[in-house]
Design a binder for this molecule. Structure first.
Ligand SMILES: [Ca+2]
Length: 283
């Protein structure tokens, strides 16, 4: 018996003992994706959207009204910076860079770059829990940081059914969970912020099927909407989708998802079977 299963075969969320919840997504609204940039981070207050785009020489921070077709402000980054995840804390916004080991602090009110601070790791995703800032770097480790300086405070190893879960990419905080999209997939996971266990698995492949088939167009960009649900988009996607989570009644385990087998985390997920029903929750 695998340690992640009890004697009834129920899949467990590693050490927390809670059944893992399986979700699909229901689309509330389909919205334009202004600029169709190489999305690396997304944040919203429900009216405005801030988006970070990547690629050297093309990276930006941009803002638009949700539903608009064009950005109303674009702030280009230094061409040596590759823009990554963003999170807003009050009047300021952090923007990570990929391998440059710098984080940029912007004023939201007047769109000025007010500070640049060192970062001890590569930058992928970032979110704010209200107490800490949490960052990802594509590995299975999240780093809890001081929200004002990004000084590292603690490492949070993330596990899926007991094994390390790599490829953690863009991050968002909602409902007491860290939500991460997994690099190279159309899946999100919900993570317990206290012990790093994966508590939720979200199959968002129905969104990806509506977007151009291109290896570069993977989902990337999660923003919690203040009225509920999430905004999801991806690199060069034509749309931003406002979605809510719905129970995945089929509960087909990822080991059956053929597209997972080609992904960097496929080997992590394929080894674990879910053989009985799990309690389903929604956000
Ligand atoms: Ca976000």
């Amino acid at each position: 018996m695998h340690p992640s299963q009890d004697n009834t075969g129920t899949e467990r969320a590693a050490t927390s003992g809670e059944p893992m919840k399986h979700h699909q997504v229901a689309v509330i609204r389909r919205l334009p994706h202004p600029g169709r940039g190489f999305t690396q981070g997304l944040s919203t207050d429900g009216t405005n959207v801030w988006e970070s785009t990547g690629l050297y020489g093309h990276s930006t921070l941009r803002r638009y009204r949700l539903g608009a077709t064009e950005p109303d402000w674009i702030g280009p980054l230094d061409p040596t910076y590759f823009g990554e995840g963003i999170c807003r804390i009050g009047t300021h916004l952090w923007q990570l860079t990929w391998r440059e080991h710098r984080a940029l602090r912007w004023s939201v009110s007047n769109h000025t770059l007010v500070d640049t601070v060192p970062l001890d790791r590569d930058g992928w995703g970032i979110c704010h829990t209200g107490t800490h800032v949490i960052t990802s770097d594509g590995t299975s480790e999240l780093i809890l940081r001081d929200p004002h300086t990004l000084r590292p405070l603690r490492t949070l190893p993330v596990t899926y059914a007991g094994d390390p879960l790599p490829c953690l990419n863009d991050l968002e905080w909602a409902g007491g969970r860290i939500w991460a999209n997994l690099y190279g997939t159309a899946y999100l996971v919900g993570i317990n912020p206290h012990d790093g266990t994966t508590t939720d698995l979200v199959d968002a492949r129905t969104l990806h099927t509506h977007e151009p088939a291109n290896p570069e167009t993977w989902m990337n960009g999660i923003a919690a909407h203040p009225t509920g649900g999430f905004l999801l988009t991806g690199k060069h996607w034509t749309r931003i989708y406002h979605i809510r989570l719905t129970p995945d009644h089929n509960r087909i385990h990822p080991r059956h998802y053929t597209d997972m087998s080609t992904l960097c985390l496929g080997s992590q997920l394929e080894t674990h079977a879910s053989t009985t029903s799990t309690e389903i929750g929604t956000l």
